[in-house]
Design a protein around this ligand. Structure first.
Ligand SMILES: C[S@@+](CC[C@H](N)C(=O)[O-])C[C@H]1O[C@@H](n2cnc3c(N)ncnc32)[C@H](O)[C@@H]1O
Length: 699
């Protein structure tokens, strides 16, 4: 583990999660104490941070509490060094000095804990000097950057060591390093190593927002390797690019599909979400078809932070400069990677909980599956994953072993998601013993619905409907009613309705052939796709599973339920399909958003409905009543071509009205509880969603 990783991650891990009760002063105190305790040269100055900016030949200190050695060498070579050992009375902390002092102290905390001298360093050099510098070439090996620059990027000089001829990244093939783009190249730590690697990359481009570091690289490294170029990346950052143009992103200054390896070491760990998304796209743009991006990230599991809203996917540790360390929800990360057209091909989780993960990304193909480990051990190495551990590991210790996996039925649950409390449990009407239940459940790759039963048996799936079934407004009893469940998926609602006493019929698609796929105008039909039927119905009719309806059949058999099933596109539903018999209740759960024509679907539903329709869908909140146009949902992700519309409340109501229903109410909402976030079919069940429930009546 690299020390710079260790260090910035330690802040995250130590102070992490920290958004709640700890004040920022508390955060800093802990971090500072730790580093002062570690006796690192930069710590005391970082903690006190009150070096007065002066011309470079006149460095001095005015704050009490630490000593400063003045360096007067012009140019880049000498900077003040500070002795923590000579700190009388210990360091001073943010908040203890004057307003200006504190402000500057906080700024100095803003990024790497070692960036203690950055502001002074920047001030001490004119821009010209910084970029042009002195073309100082001594010896045959690339020189070591001056300590000031080294400290801006990491604390451990061992990381600057060059192992001539050796691969820079042992886990990466030499051939992969033919052309290297180094995003956030700093003062050339990795460039120097690549210059000495055998074989040396034929092309190397390094970019960084810190102008002076780029100046140093140009002046001191290009001489050794003319094929190595360095560009200043003109993007603003409080700590490292305060003079840069006030823009948060800028395209990589290179052509499409031109690099076999992109390196972004300790970069995404300092980017805001919008920046991270932008640069993932840029990564995809410049990687060759078989290129790899070697990136590093801090991860946490949002499930373990129930106070976060759905849209909150990052944790920060420094309120003055949040880019100090940015910790991402791993599910957001996978989604962002997919949206960028990338795929996780390898991960190296950190040896110590909370530290940086190394993640290799490559272009995504239709068959790509993210190689992201969801096993207990890997999850335990995320920031904040100590929840539930009995003892906190000390510095440098590995995390305590994670608790043993709960007994489960084939699908490994994500380790830190507690089982739902107070969830509605269906009645286990099956005669099958537990082992057989588990065996049959395990035959499915995944379950779209979770099933929790009153005898304690359960199979956990993407969504636990029972967690909030009370919010849908279904009657307490459905005795004697006929209910149609359109788009039944894994059938949880259908079995619930049956257990409430209803006679239930379900409808689901024959697969993608029946889906409204964006960009496709027709329905290929099952004959064209030449799929064999997945099973046959009671009258010998062929039955095909949709991507999620296999669970319906598995559970129907296990429970011995009498729920009927019809394969159909929603628009083809008509009274004739059911012998002219209408339904008291027609339910469309989370299907309207997947349809090109939601009004047409509701009209088909009305054609078989005698009384009430209930439909659920995600909506946009907060738009004015008069806005009745739906928002286009597509393309939701690159893989998702079947999500169409995101209505606002008014629009959702008008869908029912346009379809001929009356007495429309769309005020109810329910939580669609994501039970086990998982990857399947190249997608993730991605966290809880609030959905709106519409109820309407046939005139
Ligand atoms: C998001 S799942 C919802 C499952 C379940 N109703 C629920 O609320 O949990 C959508 C379901 O609609 C089905 N579906 C999607 N498009 C369809 C179409 N055009 N015709 C019929 N069914 C469709 C899918 O196969 C899937 O079972």
């Amino acid at each position: 583990m690299a020390m710079d990783e260790t260090k910035s991650a330690s802040i995250a891990a130590d102070s992490g999660f920290l958004i709640t009760t700890e004040t920022t002063a508390g955060i800093s105190l802990r971090a500072i104490n730790r580093w002062v305790g570690a006796g690192r040269a930069c710590k005391s100055s970082w903690a006190t941070g009150t070096v007065t900016g002066k011309p470079r030949s006149a460095w001095s200190t005015r704050a009490s509490g630490f000593s400063t050695t003045t360096a007067t060498t012009p140019g880049t070579a000498a900077r003040p060094t500070k002795s923590p050992a000579g700190v009388p009375g210990g360091p001073r902390y943010p908040g203890s000095g004057s307003g200006e002092e504190n402000r500057r102290t906080w700024l100095n905390l803003s990024r790497f804990p070692g960036a203690c001298e950055r502001a002074e360093y920047n001030r001490s050099m004119s821009e010209d000097e910084a970029v042009v510098g002195q073309n100082e070439i001594v010896g045959t090996a690339p020189p070591l950057p001056p300590v000031d620059l080294r400290r801006l990027v990491c604390h451990d000089d061992a990381l600057f060591e060059i192992h001539a001829g050796q691969p820079v990244f042992p886990e990466i093939d030499a051939a992969q390093c033919e052309s290297v783009f180094d995003f956030g190249c700093g003062c050339g730590r990795i460039a120097r190593q690549f210059i000495c690697q055998t074989p040396r990359p034929q092309r190397y481009v390094g970019i960084d927002i810190h102008k002076e570091m780029i100046g140093w690289c140009r002046n001191h490294l290009t001489h050794f390797a003319p094929e190595f170029t360095f560009e200043h990346h003109d993007v603003w950052n409080l700590g490292l690019g305060p003079e840069n143009t006030r823009q948060s992103t800028s395209p990589f200054p290179v052509e499409d599909a031109s690099f076999s390896l992109l390196v972004a070491h300790s970069v995404f760990t300092h980017l805001y979400r919008e920046q991270a998304e932008f640069y993932l796209n840029e990564t995809a743009r410049i990687l060759k078809p078989d290129g790899i991006a070697r990136t590093t990230w801090f991860f946490f599991d949002r499930e373990t932070f129930p106070m976060l809203f759905d849209f909150q996917v990052t944790l920060f540790v420094n309120e003055i400069d949040p880019t100090n360390a940015v910790i991402y929800d791993w599910k957001w990360f996978l989604d962002a990677v997919r949206q960028a057209g990338l795929c996780v091909v390898k991960t190296i989780p950190p040896g110590i909980r909370g530290h940086q993960w190394i993640v290799h990304l490559a272009h995504r193909g239709p068959e790509s599956v993210d190689a992201f480990p969801l096993d207990r051990e890997s999850m335990a190495s995320m920031c904040g994953s100590g929840a539930g551990l009995t003892s906190e590991p000390g510095e440098g210790q590995a995390a305590s072993p994670a608790p043993p996996p709960p007994e489960d039925a084939g699908v490994a649950p994500s380790p830190f998601i507690p089982p739902p409390q107070g969830s509605f449990r269906l009645h286990y009407s099956s005669a099958l013993p537990a082992e057989e239940f588990h065996r049959r459940c395990a035959e499915l790759d995944f379950w779209y619905h979770s099933y929790y039963f009153d005898n304690g048996l359960e199979i956990r799936g993407d969504y636990n409907i029972g967690a909030d079934i009370g919010s849908y407004g279904f009657p307490d009893s459905m005795k004697g009613k006929r209910v149609l469940d359109i788009g039944t998926g894994a059938g949880w609602f259908a079995h619930y309705f049956e257990q409430l006493g209803a006679e239930v019929v379900t409808v689901d698609a024959r697969g993608y052939e029946d889906f409204d796929v964006y960009g496709r105008h027709d329905y290929p039909g099952i004959e064209e796709s030449r799929r064999a039927p997945d099973r046959h119905g009671p009258a010998g009719e062929p039955i095909y599973y949709s991507p999620v309806s296999r669970g319906f059949w598995a559970m129907k058999e296990m429970l011995g339920s009498r729920v009927e099933f019809r394969n159909s596109r929603v628009y083809d539903i008509s009274p004739a399909m059911f012998g002219g018999e209408l339904f008291d209740l027609v339910f469309l759960g989370a299907i309207l958003c997947h349809l090109r024509d939601p009004v047409g679907a509701l009209m088909a539903a009305r054609s078989v409905c005698r009384h009430r329709v209930i439909a659920s869908t995600p909506v946009v909140l907060g738009e004015p009543e008069g806005m009745t146009e739906p928002r286009q949902y597509l393309p939701y992700t690159k893989d998702d071509r079947i999500s169409w519309w995101l209505p606002n409340e008014a629009c959702f109501r008008h869908w029912f009205l346009a379809a001929g229903f009356i007495a429309v109410d769309v005020s109810r909402q329910a939580v669609l509880r994501c039970d086990v976030p998982r990857l399947h079919d190249g997608r993730t069940a991605n966290g809880d969603q609030i959905i709106r429930i519409g109820t309407a009546f046939v005139p």
